[in-house]
Design a protein around this ligand. Sequence first.
Ligand code: ADP
Ligand code: MG
Length: 351
Amino acid sequence: QLNDKEGIMRKLHNDVVDLRGQIRVVVRVRPMLRSEVETSVSAIEYPTINSIIVNQGSKSSGAMTFEKVFTPIFTQSQVFCEIEDFILSALHGYNVGLIAFGQTGSGKTHTMRGGDGENEGIIPRAASYLFSASKQLEATGWQFEFSLSFLEIYNNEAYDLLKNHNVVKLRLVKETVSLDGLSEHPLKKQSDMAVLLRTADANRKTASTKCNEYSSRSHAIYMWKIKAEQKSTGISTNSVLKLVDLAGSERAKESGVVGQQFKEMTNINQSLSVLQKCVSMQKSKSPHVPYRDSKLTQVLMDCLGRGNSKTMVMVNITPCEEQATESKRSIEFAAKMRDTHIGSAVQQRDQ
Ligand code: ADP
Ligand code: MG
């Protein structure tokens, strides 16, 4: 039984950091929806518990291995169970980033935001989990303060999801980014989260009158600032937790869009490819990681594997045969982040 901060830190350090590294890539395959069950078949196979094959007709991707593969039978609560240690490290002073990637309809919002009750996603579950973990740590003399800011990046512009959808200006100050005008909201009790999420949902909804696929074209970033202090020793840490629901990763040329929509998609593709570069270059400890090349990576800079940070990318795919091309592309994107050098062919690490 681990009942002190140091003990939990040690466990985390041994189990998580040493074995799996600071950046890990996992895959979640959603179940077929009721409407798909009758018309589609699954293009996905699971040769081992942490590998996956995407079949495109007679062509197969070959088995690709990741740190974890969540098959369609995983419930929201089982997914959370697998990642809670990772989330917990934000209380221990790590900057933690969890990023959901995938084409529109692949389950990113379900995974991150989810529905009510058993369908709650990672964001509301993280609030209850961090509250109860912080209560336990209080017994060891630690005090925590949480404050939240939600923002979204649409067409390369940042907006405040908790205050009138105001424009937020990004300003690079040395190695960090300052988010001018972004509102911060203290989280004093767990139920404050529900209120903040409703505000954010309403702001996203209002914004989507501009474009009905708005929410799948924007990156939503749910940021926590965590301050931990031990009164008796005067030790304190500041850390962040960033939970990200990325814009849909589908390619513009295949959806045949033009004009404004084409511009949106170009911005999305550019930011996702910069994200991929940053993660894989950080993983290979490259000295010049191009964080500055997109607003998305500027906002995520402090939790993308640098210094005292941990990153998890969760790649979401659908099981449907009709979407096998996009699923394979997503898996390849994931594999490039998983591997430690860029530009190389996707490697298969099975056995
Ligand atoms: P995205 O945000 O990637 O566009 P959504 O999260 O909106 O995708 O998911 C698309 C649809 O699939 C939604 O109707 C959602 O409720 C459903 N869905 C996604 N993941 C699951 C899951 N694990 N279990 C059940 N339904 C899911
Ligand atoms: Mg979504």
